[in-house]
Ligand binder design. Structure first.
Ligand SMILES: Cc1cc2nc3c(=O)[nH]c(=O)nc-3n(C[C@H](O)[C@H](O)[C@H](O)COP(=O)(O)O)c2cc1C
Length: 207
C-alpha cells in the first residue's frame, strides 16, 4: 500500500505512522517552571542526534494549557535547562502516570510517586529511581512547519552537559548493562517494547 499523510488516505483503522518508526526511545523529561514547580512527562518523539557534543531532541505537540503549549516546552524555553531520564521496564507504570494531562500547577513527580533529586549542574531535578539521567542545557527550539495552527509541534534541542548512571548497572568490565536496565520503547497505538536478554543481539560492523 501507499498513502500520502497530507491526504490521510491510508484507509486503515487508525493512522499507522506511529507504528512505522519503531521502537522509539522515551525521553522522560523533567523540568521546572520559573516559580520552581516541578514537571515530568514522557516524550517518544525523542532521540540523541549527535555524539560530540552529545545532543538530544524531543518534540511536543499542542498541549491543553491556555497558551496551547506542553508544560515541558514552556518550562525549558523559560529556564533553559532540562533532564532526560531513562524509562525502564521497572518504572513503566510511573512513566505512564506522569503522562496524565494535568494543569501546570501539578507536580508529576508527586502524581507518579517518584523522587526528585537535585541535579549536579542545573536547577531542574532528575528522577532518583531512573537508571540514567542526562542533564541538558537548552540549545534552541525549532517550530515544525504545520498544516494547521492546531497541529503546532516544537522541537527542543539540548546539549547533554552531565550524565548520571546508576553504578548498579555498570559491569566489572566497565560497560553499561543495558539488559539489566531494561529500557522500554514506544511502538504504535498503546504498545511498548523492552530490552531483555532474549531480544538483545550483537553484530560486528564490516571493515
Ligand atoms: C510513552 C509516551 C510518549 C509520549 N510522547 C509524546 C511526544 O513525543 N510528544 C508529545 O507531545 N506528547 C507525547 N506524549 C504525551 C505527553 O506525555 C503528555 O501530553 C503530557 O501530559 C505532557 O506533559 P507536559 O505538558 O507536562 O509536558 C507521550 C505520552 C506517552 C505515555
Amino acid at each position: 500500500m501507499f498513502y500520502e499523510p497530507s491526504k490521510n488516505d491510508h484507509g486503515l483503522a487508525r493512522n499507522p505512522f506511529n507504528s512505522l518508526v519503531v521502537p522509539r526511545p522515551i525521553g522522560w523529561i523533567s523540568s521546572r517552571d520559573e516559580a520552581g514547580v516541578l514537571n515530568l512527562a514522557p516524550y517518544s518523539f525523542f532521540n540523541a542526534v549527535c555524539y560530540k557534543p552529545p545532543t538530544v531532541m524531543f518534540s511536543g505537540g499542542v498541549g491543553s494549557a491556555a497558551d496551547g503549549m506542553k508544560d515541558s516546552i514552556r518550562n525549558i524555553e523559560a529556564t533553559k535547562e532540562f533532564v532526560c531520564n531513562l524509562a525502564s521496564w521497572e518504572l513503566r507504570e510511573q512513566m505512564n502516570a506522569s503522562s496524565a494531562s494535568v494543569s501546570s500547577e501539578v507536580d508529576e513527580f508527586k502524581l507518579s510517586g517518584l523522587t526528585p533529586v537535585a541535579s549536579n549542574l542545573i536547577g531542574a531535578p532528575r528522577i532518583k529511581e531512573s537508571p540514567v539521567s542526562l542533564e541538558c542545557r537548552y540549545i534552541k527550539s525549532v517550530e515544525i512547519p504545520s498544516w494547521e495552527p492546531s497541529d503546532k509541534f516544537i522541537m527542543i534541542l539540548g546539549e547533554v552537559i552531565g550524565v548520571h548512571i546508576d553504578d548498579e548497572f555498570i559491569t566489572e568490565e566497565g560497560l553499561v548493562d543495558v539488559v539489566r536496565m531494561s529500557p522500554i520503547g514506544r511502538m504504535g497505538y498503546n504498545d511498548y517494547s523492552r530490552v531483555d536478554e532474549d531480544n538483545l543481539f550483537e553484530m560486528e560492523r564490516p571493515k
